[in-house]
Design a protein around this ligand. Structure first.
Ligand SMILES: NC(=O)C1=CN([C@@H]2O[C@H](COP(=O)(O)OP(=O)(O)OC[C@H]3O[C@@H](n4cnc5c(N)ncnc54)[C@H](OP(=O)(O)O)[C@@H]3O)[C@@H](O)[C@H]2O)C=CC1
Ligand SMILES: Cc1cn([C@H]2C[C@H](O)[C@@H](COP(=O)(O)OP(=O)(O)O[C@H]3O[C@@H](C)C(=O)[C@@H](O)[C@H]3O)O2)c(=O)[nH]c1=O
Ligand SMILES: [Mg+2]
Length: 294
């Protein structure tokens, strides 16, 4: 089975490439710019057709949350129109699409963890563009899995874990918001879950579970709780460390508003696919260990 993933250097794409190498019977190929450019819809079908997918994984996206507030047209071109084109190309090629979306489609006003049927209400341009992408994907290809994930980190690309390790390299103390809650999710685990789901789509001819799923790390924390765990773990491996000071969202002004609670319930995914993400502390421990290994 051949998975073709969009966005060659992204966290999820790189993690899928790594996971694919370790699995017999699964080949992962990544296509990115300039061959596949989501702002150039004509390149999308060509690049995907040339890569001969059995399943398309749509992981390329405009992910700069604050910058998106200044570039709404680009964010929508990539995350909405571009994502729709990817799903449409998969449909034309007769294959399913697994599309990644985000917890930032919610406004964070719910008390508990969000389920798939909860009302969406993005607070910013990034979340709104990703929500428009979900609708475009669903409209273009009935054989879609839309996986909403959250707070993604990995040894690759840009993410909160790498930011904390970098800041700890030149500060004794880092102030981090303590009033935004969510589920840190390792891209290594997202890759594992995608390969697991892809194998089910391949093996189960009668699969009828297409639709939206939440897929995030097990357990919850705040950004400051996450930061503290990252830097404690780093210290254990002799990596950079710093004290973490709890602050309020109002003490850390950003262009984009972020949800105070974007916890996702992954129960639907667990039930349908029999796969559960590891606890966030263990999962991030592994990534911090890889990043601090010398
Ligand atoms: N990161 C996170 O915390 C979360 C991410 N998600 C979603 O998961 C998915 C994967 O995220 P992640 O791996 O972290 O993303 P990254 O930001 O690590 O990577 C995004 C990739 O998209 C590519 N890309 C951007 N614009 C274009 C374009 N116009 N044409 C082609 N490729 C483009 C980038 O290419 P280049 O390298 O050339 O810039 C990059 O390879 C995304 O859909 C994201 O919205 C959901 C929840 C949380
Ligand atoms: C760097 C830093 C951030 N923060 C805060 C800002 C913000 O509220 C929170 C996280 O900051 P970041 O900018 O790293 O994260 P952010 O870009 O908001 O991350 C989001 O990315 C997109 C792509 C998603 O889909 C989301 O699931 C989520 O992972 O931490 C601090 O309080 N102190 C700091 O030193
Ligand atoms: Mg292999």
């Amino acid at each position: 089975m051949r998975l073709v993933v969009t966005g060659r250097d992204g966290q999820v794409a790189t993690s899928l490439l790594e996971a694919g190498k370790a699995r017999d019977g699964i080949e992962v190929v990544a296509v990115g710019r300039p061959a596949l450019d989501l702002t150039q819809p004509d390149t999308v079908f060509q690049a995907l057709a040339a890569a001969r997918p059995d399943i398309v994984v749509s992981a390329a996206a405009y992910t700069a949350v604050d910058q998106a507030e200044d570039e709404p047209d680009l964010a929508f071109a990539v995350n909405a129109v571009g994502a729709g084109k990817v799903a449409e190309a998969a449909a034309q090629l007769g294959v399913p699409v697994i599309h990644l979306s985000t917890d930032y489609v919610f406004d964070g006003s719910k008390d508990g963890a969000y389920v798939e049927t909860d009302a969406t209400a993005p607070l910013g341009v990034y979340g709104a563009s990703k929500l428009a992408g979900e609708l475009a994907v669903a409209a273009a290809n009935p054989r879609h899995l839309i996986l909403r994930t959250a707070w993604v980190y990995s040894p690759f690309g840009r993410n909160f874990v790498k930011t904390m390790l970098r800041l700890a390299g030149d500060r004794d103390e880092i102030a981090v918001v303590a009033d935004q809650w969510g589920n840190p999710t390792s891209a290594l685990d997202i890759a594992d879950a995608i390969l697991h789901a892809a194998a089910m789509l391949r093996d189960d001819e009668a699969f009828d579970g297409y639709g939206i799923y939440h897929l995030a790390g097990t357990g919850e924390t705040s950004w400051s709780g996450f930061a503290r765990h990252i830097l404690d773990t780093s210290a254990r491996y002799g990596g950079p460390t710093a004290r973490v000071r709890d602050i309020a969202t109002s003490d850390y002004p950003t262009k984009a508003k972020r949800p105070a609670n974007s916890r996702l319930s992954s129960a639907k995914f667990e039930g349908a696919f029999g796969w559960q993400a590891p606890e966030w502390r263990e999962a991030s421990h592994e990534v911090v260990e890889r990043l601090t290994a010398r």
